[in-house]
Write a protein that binds this ligand. Structure first.
Ligand SMILES: NC(=O)c1ccc[n+]([C@@H]2O[C@H](COP(=O)([O-])OP(=O)(O)OC[C@H]3O[C@@H](n4cnc5c(N)ncnc54)[C@H](O)[C@@H]3O)[C@@H](O)[C@H]2O)c1
Length: 428
């Protein structure tokens, strides 16, 4: 994890550069992600968006125009002088000319297939380090890449090494596994630590609502990596986080099955685009992936990811069993997520509710505090004044381990699908 570069006093303005004018930064009907909104809420009058970088410059301009028309004067002020640039190099050059060289935070929300390696077109972090390395912090979205780690491992390791090297000397790096910050997950971790519990098993269910998922690249395994690499990654990461760092997953134990797009059980009726016209059959994503694997202490982890619900929100929950205990996270994406806890000696669940719990907000509180000192955010979104933020909970090194595990799950599922096809062909 990166060291914390906490300053004694928060700076007068907090200067941000966004890479990517897409849904993660500006919102969608599909879910609650919208990083610009979280920063506006947490930083209020201090926020200055120096640049929005995206090769699709008209898309950026339209995003900025929407901010200029915002009701809140602090939002209008934050985006008043935002530069729309096509590349990090162009933005850095212009910001230098304009004398705007103090950058607190660079947010990388470009698609994962342009990141995580050294080859041109896949080397966005390396370019950001070169052009905007004077920034205090870099925050990257999950997953850390989209290419198969088997073929890109030396390059991916080099990207990690460069980010780690950069982070020495008080710089901050974080990755967007926001569900780690969910209050029920933090309470679960706290109780497990207090009672020195070792999970016997963890069972996770992530049912995605696909009707509003309109980005066609997401539906193409060759571009996105597929639903476990791109999205189930949130829960693979939580399974790793709850199993504990000293209890790593054993990739050689993974067993996995899918329901593919061409099987009778894989038919979906509410797609918002013509998949048959846009995505070639061998590139279409599986609708269900069900995987099970072991961890070093014996813990059995199981995950089912389904592209099967229609309207949002997603239905995402998980359970941890440790000797005498059951922890159940209910509604990871709901406005009021819950944790049910059953303790030794009790046959009843104790229910903890977390109204308006917003893991994205906690994630940004952690990042802003790491850059700018505790108490650096408004904290007004929860109406409870300035809060003590958690440390950054997802490092690049750790996020790469989640990434590698998701690819191992994908490969295991493809192996079993091939074996099944071969058996069918041989009449078994
Ligand atoms: N944490 C979450 O819950 C969550 C939710 C949604 C998306 N994400 C992640 O955010 C990332 C972006 O997803 P999105 O939904 O915003 O995608 P999107 O397709 O809506 O937007 C991506 C934008 O990046 C731009 N882009 C492409 N190459 C670029 C480059 N070299 N430099 C700068 N911009 C570039 C594209 O033109 C596009 O405008 C992905 O990694 C995705 O997995 C995370």
């Amino acid at each position: 994890m990166s060291p914390t570069a906490a300053a004694a006093e928060p700076s007068a303005t907090f200067n941000v550069v966004f890479l990517g004018a897409g849904e993660i930064h500006f919102g969608t009907l599909e879910g609650s992600w919208n990083h610009s909104l979280r920063l506006e809420t947490l930083l209020g009058a201090r926020l200055r968006v120096l640049a929005l970088i995206d090769p699709d410059v008209p898309r950026s301009r339209s995003r900025v125009a929407t901010k200029h028309a915002h009701d809140d004067k602090h939002v209008r002020q934050a985006w008043q002088d935002t530069l729309c640039a096509a590349s990090p190099e162009e933005a850095a050059e212009q910001l230098r000319k304009d004398g705007k060289e103090e950058v607190h935070l660079v947010l990388i929300g470009a698609p994962p297939h342009v990141r995580g390696a050294l080859a041109p077109g896949r080397d966005l972090e390396v370019r950001v380090l070169k052009a905007l390395g004077h920034a205090k912090a870099i925050f990257l979205e999950k997953p850390v890449a989209a290419a198969d780690p088997l073929t890109t491992e030396p390059e991916a390791a080099e990207v990690q090494a460069r980010l780690e090297h950069w982070a020495t000397g008080g710089k901050v790096v974080g990755v967007g596994y926001m569900l780690r910050y969910l209050r029920p997950i933090q309470l679960m971790r706290q109780l497990m630590n207090e009672h020195q519990l070792r999970p016997m098993c963890i069972n996770a269910r992530y049912f995605m609502a696909y009707e509003q998922a309109v980005k066609t690249a997401w539906w193409d395994v060759e571009i996105s990596g597929g639903p476990i690499v791109e999205q189930g990654t949130h829960f693979v990461d939580l399974l790793r986080y709850l199993a504990g760092a000293s209890n790593p997953a054993l990739p050689e134990t993974i067993l996995a099955h899918t329901v593919t797009h061409d099987e009778p059980a894989g038919q979906v009726s509410k797609l918002s685009f013509d998949e048959k016209a846009i995505v070639e059959p061998h590139r279409r994503i599986p609708r269900v992936t069900n995987a099970v694997w072991k961890h070093a202490d014996g813990t059995v982890a199981s995950l089912i990811h389904v592209v099967g619900l229609h309207a949002p929100p997603y239905h995402a929950e998980l359970e941890v069993i440790a000797d005498g205990w059951r922890f159940a996270l209910q509604g990871a994406y709901d406005p009021v997520p819950k944790l049910a806890v059953r303790k030794p000696g009790s046959s009843e669940d104790e229910i903890f509710e977390f109204p308006n719990d917003d893991p994205f907000e906690h994630e940004f509180e952690a990042i802003i505090s790491a850059i700018d000192g505790a108490g650096a955010t408004n904290g007004h979104a929860n109406g409870n004044g300035i809060k003590k933020a958690s440390p950054i909970l997802s490092s690049y090194v750790d996020a790469r381990q989640t990434y590698n595990l998701t690819w191992q799950i994908r490969r295991a599922s493809e192996r079993s699908q091939k074996e099944l096809a071969a058996r069918k062909q041989n009449g078994h």
